[in-house]
Design a protein around this ligand. Structure first.
Ligand code: PEP
Ligand code: CO
Length: 451
């Protein structure tokens, strides 16, 4: 192998890198990266290996992955209520999913580093003024002024610090047992009676409550004292200098770990086989996600499996498919064939959000709950028919009562979107819609397994 081909945390710099900001002062970026590469890691190699093991079990049909969180975190929302609410909804969804799937759930948040966004346009024009586009808080500021939109290397440090604060609080909440959140009495279930499936939903809730009480009686202690629930972190590995600076070797283990997160993923727009992102991801030993969609050709997927998953290592690769409700039926089967032909094992995970983004008549970005559900339903159906295991869902959600996606039991309309539309990028499911979706998945999987 020539030296040119040797992988290192910086070898991506030899390849074309899409979606990267251009920093006005490269020497400032260099100084920031030097600092960042000496700061302590946010996660540990043993946590990463534990997650990889669990993902391997999910790929083998024994576990189910729930990955969710904001489309983009932002620095201002790094505050306690917001983080606790996100953890609460993910935990409650996972309890509902345990109930439906009878499988252990792997909980992965899109948090503690989800600060960089791929954009379809490099510029944004308002009232005749054109400025560079907003790329996420780790890169520039959303305010529409020239100064705000200049990429600022100091933001890498601010992003690392916010990620550290977030993960620190999450670890503390989990260690504290997260107390009452396990119990349906503390859930906000007002939406249930608005649903035509009210009775079935109520049954799920009752039965979760009974199971928890039953376990507590058997064990003689409260559920939260019985052992820790695990939460793992994930983000799109988009801003390569940030990822590079936290890619390290650790004592007594082989390989390079990205220690900024447990589970980084490659976005749809940066998955060129010869591009910088794939170059970076091929050399790290973390479990990784790869987004695939209508745009992903069979040839590209075949090559990506070779490059990113050469040894068929259990748990290494999760394919997160995001086609849209109208396109999944004509695209998932061709991708399944490519994977089958490779002879490799992957974890299949459905992202029913990103292929279903649309605009209302007045131009607001939204998603319809019924389309999200329809894509998920088809994903379960197609995998079931072809004998592959649909082992996870990837959703954009928040624990707050926002109005960004339409539909759900409360029947949010285009008109309602203005009430609490807060996202800076993609529309998220709110607390109720997220719980409802989990209940519908639980019912679906339960029905499939004949329960
Ligand atoms: C995302 O997950 O927010 C995203 C941009 O997804 P994709 O790469 O699938 O478009
Ligand atoms: Co998104």
């Amino acid at each position: 192998m020539s030296l040119m081909c040797a992988w290192s945390p910086t070898s991506w710099q030899e390849k074309p890198a899409l979606q990267q900001p251009v920093y006005p002062d490269p020497s400032e970026l260099k100084a920031v990266l030097a600092q960042l590469s000496h700061l302590p890691p946010l996660v540990s190699s043993w946590e990463i290996e534990a997650l990889k093991q669990q993902l391997a079990e999910a790929a083998a049909g024994k576990r189910f992955l729930l990955q969710g969180g904001d489309c983009a975190e932002n620095f201002a929302e790094c505050e306690s209520d917001n983080i606790a609410a996100k953890l609460k909804i993910l935990l409650q969804m996972s309890l509902v999913l345990v109930h439906g799937t009878h499988k252990r759930i792997i909980r992965v948040g899109r948090f503690a580093g989800q600060y960089a966004k791929p954009r379809s346009e490099n510029t944004e024009t308002r009232d005749g003024v054109t400025l560079p586009t907003y790329r996420g808080d780790v890169i520039n500021d959303i305010a529409f002024t020239e100064a705000s939109r200049i990429p600022d290397p100091q933001r890498l440090l601010r992003g690392y610090e916010r990620a550290a604060l977030t993960i620190n609080f999450i670890r503390a909440l989990i260690d504290g047992g997260f107390a009452d959140l396990h119990h349906p009495e503390y859930w906000n279930l007002d939406f249930i009676e608005l649903s035509p499936k009210a009775e079935e939903f109520q049954e799920i809730v009752n039965s979760i409550g009974e199971s928890l009480r039953f376990m507590e009686v058997l064990a003689g202690q409260r559920v939260e004292e019985m052992g820790r629930v695990d939460f793992y972190s994930s983000h799109e590995g988009l801003l390569l200098p940030y990822e590079q600076a936290q890619t390290r070797q650790v004592p007594r283990r082989e390989g390079w770990y990205n220690l900024s997160t447990h589970f980084p993923w490659i976005g749809l727009r940066t998955a060129e086989v010869d591009g910088a992102h794939v170059e970076y991801f091929k050399g790290i030993v973390n479990p990784i996600g790869l987004k695939i969609g209508v745009e992903t050709s069979d040839e590209q997927l075949g090559k990506l499996l070779d490059v990113l998953h050469p040894d068929d290592e259990p748990g290494r690769l999760t394919l997160i498919h995001r086609y849209g409700a109208h396109d999944i039926a004509s695209n998932l089967p061709r991708h399944q064939k490519v994977v089958q032909a490779s002879g490799k094992t992957v974890l299949w995970c459905c992202d029913p959000m990103h292929g279903n983004t649309e605009r209302t008549k007045s131009g607001i970005k939204t998603r319809k709950f019924e389309h999200i559900l329809a894509e998920l339903e088809q994903a379960f159906e197609i995998h079931n028919t072809s004998g592959t295991y649909m082992g996870g869902v990837h959703v954009e959600l928040t624990g707050e009562d926002v109005t960004e996606c339409t539909g759900g039991a409360r029947g949010l309309s285009d008109e309602d979107l203005k009430d609490a539309y807060k996202t800076q990028v993609d529309p998220r499911l709110n607390y109720e819609q997220s719980l409802e979706l989990a209940m519908l998945i639980a019912k679906r999987v339960g029905a499939m397994s004949g329960d």
